[in-house]
Design a protein around this ligand. Structure first.
Ligand code: UDP
Ligand code: MG
Length: 232
């Protein structure tokens, strides 16, 4: 196995054959420019298209790509959890495959990490490219969730973030099976901060979050917050 890299980038992929080549083309130069040693952990979340074959091609041409092939589609949150568990870097970044999380932002995240922050959230400066439906439902969801829990949730943050090795270790030690990762990360503590970025439309392909998955995504943390309401 290669020496431990300084930086890991974890990317969950579900039927992303259209964006994977674009992602690799844009991400690799950014990672080279950081001056860090790096690895990219690609997690295939049970894709039914050519995603896995493309991943294998990337690994064949560059061993710094590490591949995880989940046995079926488990969903975004479990895919990133699996990826973070396998990531070896001193700093671990999670980003989506569709380039909505611009790889260039990694530079600013690394800067904050070097200043001593353990968790650097990517904060969306606007949701202009989201549909009206997504904006309204997301705003309502975060309002309700924040009312249910005393854990301060980072506004306008998704799962695009950097975490230090010790923060990843702490997250990894949490036994939750229904993993609402951004809530768990807020709960963890440590020194947290954010960097803002503009979230554009996905580079290619369609959203992998149909309404059904969005509702499941919202139901888990809400149920959890209600269960623990006496302690939070
Ligand atoms: N994704 C995944 N498993 C799923 C659904 C999505 O790994 O069951 C990945 C997807 O490939 C992408 C990220 O999660 O890298 C975010 O999904 P998407 O861009 O479709 O969501 P949206 O940005 O529309 O909310
Ligand atoms: Mg997306």
């Amino acid at each position: 196995m290669s020496p431990t890299p300084e930086l890991s980038v974890v990317i969950p992929c579900y039927n992303e054959e259209q964006v994977l080549p674009l992602l690799a083309d844009r991400l690799i130069p950014v990672l080279e420019a950081t001056g860090c040693t790096w690895e990219v952990v690609l997690v295939n979340d049970g894709s039914a298209d050519g995603t896995w074959a493309l991943m294998q091609g990337l690994r064949a041409s560059d061993q710094r790509f590490t591949l995880i092939d989940l046995s079926r589609n488990f969903g975004h949150q479990l895919a990133i959890s699996a990826g973070m568990r396998h990531a070896r870097g001193e700093a671990v970044v999670v980003m989506d495959a569709d380039l909505q999380d611009p790889p260039e932002v990694v530079h600013a995240m690394l800067e904050r990490w070097r200043e001593g922050y353990d968790i650097v959230h990517g904060i969306r400066s606007s949701r202009q490219d989201d549909t009206l439906f997504k904006r309204v439902t997301a705003a309502a969801f975060y309002r309700i969730l924040q009312a249910l829990t005393s854990v301060p949730l980072q506004a306008d943050a998704g799962d695009f973030r950097l975490m230090s090795r010790r923060a990843v270790r702490a997250l990894d030690a949490m036994p939750e099976r229904a993993r609402y990762v951004r809530g768990m990360v807020s709960w963890l503590g440590f020194r947290q901060t954010g960097v803002t970025f503009e979230r554009k439309a996905r580079a290619a392909g369609v959203t992998k979050y149909p309404l059904r998955k969005m509702l499941a995504f919202a139901a888990d943390p809400a149920a959890e917050a209600l269960r623990h309401n006496d302690t939070v």
